[in-house]
Design a protein. Structure first.
Length: 147
């Protein structure tokens, strides 16, 4: 079913886009949430205004996330953990730990946004990526110390 998106909806597209979705998805989710309207010739005239509105929202969101990126990259998160004599941690630093510390600092970041190849298990300095927006990624410095 062809629909016109009224506002940005991450997995599908941006405001003003014409997309094909399943009828049930439109009827049960997109239409009640006010995200999309059915495609018609009359509704097609709205596309340009919706597209402009969607781009403005997208740019505003991106600008906000760029400011968050600058603030996050100025931070250095320090974790003090018990270690063995070899410098290995008893446990590890995970995405949840990083997200929780960023939340304590006042940032609205969840653990799914923190990208780590593996948990941090040794004392030292690390850099971890935090996905803030589609193409905005912040690099967070992490320092793990012995307690």
């Amino acid at each position: 079913m062809k629909v016109i998106l009224r506002k940005n909806h991450g997995p599908i597209g941006h405001g003003g886009d014409v997309v094909n979705v399943k009828r049930g998805y439109f009827r049960n989710y997109l239409q009640p949430q006010g995200i999309a309207i059915p495609y018609s010739a009359k509704a097609a005239k709205l596309i340009t205004s919706l597209r402009e509105k969607g781009l403005k929202e997208l740019n505003a969101e991106k600008e906000k996330n760029l400011q968050v990126k600058d603030a996050v990259e100025k931070l250095e998160l320090v974790f003090a953990r018990k270690t063995a004599e070899s410098g290995k941690l008893f446990g590890s630093i995970t995405q949840t730990d990083v997200a929780k510390m960023l939340q304590e600092k006042g940032f609205d970041i969840n653990k799914k946004q923190v990208k780590m190849e593996e948990h941090l298990k040794v004392v030292g300095a690390y850099t971890v990526d935090v996905d803030l927006f589609h193409d905005v990624t912040a690099k967070v410095r992490i320092l793990i110390q012995e307690s």
